[in-house]
Design a protein around this ligand. Structure first.
Ligand code: ATP
Length: 254
């Protein structure tokens, strides 16, 4: 597929053009663009950078992935368009399986996305031949593979919708969400809610995985110390603090 494999900076015009190209080629749906716009708005409100609370959640997420027996990384159209390479890099670093799982499913879109992920370097990519269903979800959103999402113990869901996140939590999975909106149902439901932009979050998680991979005790300690409720409050506080400082800077120019 003739889509460039390099990923421009999030929020840039080049990113938007890239996503529009994904829609034109049928890998993303127009509603994916709406979700992206919502993400950009939240990112603006946190200064387009990783906040301390996000970094803390990213460390916990890395620990959970290293501690997992059957980790899985979910990929949808937005995630593939924004940073397929880092999704694959994190999967390789943690031994996680990668499964394409999309909201508006068609066989053609699935095939396009799986092909694209392969072109970006993914070796084993699941999702094309679903044989299981996520309980409690109607329609095609429930379709998944027994070898991947269905039997996973820890699952990373970037840019996810609330219903599926909730259904995965009901299946007793450790759900790691990457969602710029700390108030979304996905963020409220997840075991680890990362309030950060997906590419930045993945880069930090890859670094933490490298740092922690040979330290089992530290991995266990990070998991037992982490409180998602406390960290979500801190994430909202980080946004409030950024807005206060942005307003103070603005006032000095008035
Ligand atoms: P929910 O159903 O969880 O309440 P929602 O209705 O906003 O949330 P979607 O419309 O599926 O769910 O939106 C996906 C979410 O992904 C949005 O909250 C948006 O902020 C977030 N998002 C979009 N782009 C990114 C990105 N690059 N990195 C992280 N999060 C993102």
């Amino acid at each position: 597929m003739d889509i460039p494999k390099d990923h421009p900076r999030y929020g840039s015009l080049a990113t938007r053009e890239r996503l529009a190209e994904f829609v034109r080629k049928g890998l993303m749906t127009p509603t994916g663009l709406v979700a992206h716009g919502r993400g950009e708005a939240f990112d603006y409100l946190m200064g387009e950078r990783t906040t301390p609370a996000a970094l803390n959640a990213e460390k916990a997420a890395a620990a959970y992935l290293l501690d997992a027996k059957r980790p899985v990384i979910c990929v949808n159209g937005n995630a593939a368009a924004l940073d397929a390479k880092r999704l694959i890099e994190l999967a390789v670093a943690t031994g996680a399986k990668t499964e394409v799982n999309i909201f508006h499913r068609s066989e053609e879109r699935m095939a396009l996305l799986i092909d694209y992920m392969r072109e970006c370097g993914a070796k084993d990519i699941l999702g094309e031949n679903p044989d299981s269903r996520i309980p409690g979800l109607s329609s095609d959103r429930a379709l998944c593979t027994g070898d991947g999402i269905f039997s996973s113990d820890v699952i990373l869901v970037p840019i996810e919708d609330g219903d599926r996140a909730e259904a995965l939590v009901r299946m007793k999975k450790i759900v790691i969400a990457i969602d710029l909106n700390p108030l979304s149902r996905t963020s409220r439901m997840a075991t680890v809610s990362i309030t950060d932009e997906m590419s930045r979050a993945l880069a930090n998680m890859i670094n933490f995985v490298t740092e922690l991979r040979n330290n089992k005790k530290e991995v266990k300690d990070i998991i037992s110390r982490f409180s998602n409720a406390g960290n979500r409050k801190a994430a909202v506080e980080d946004i409030r603090e950024y807005l206060r400082s942005a307003m103070r800077d603005g006032e000095s120019n008035d």
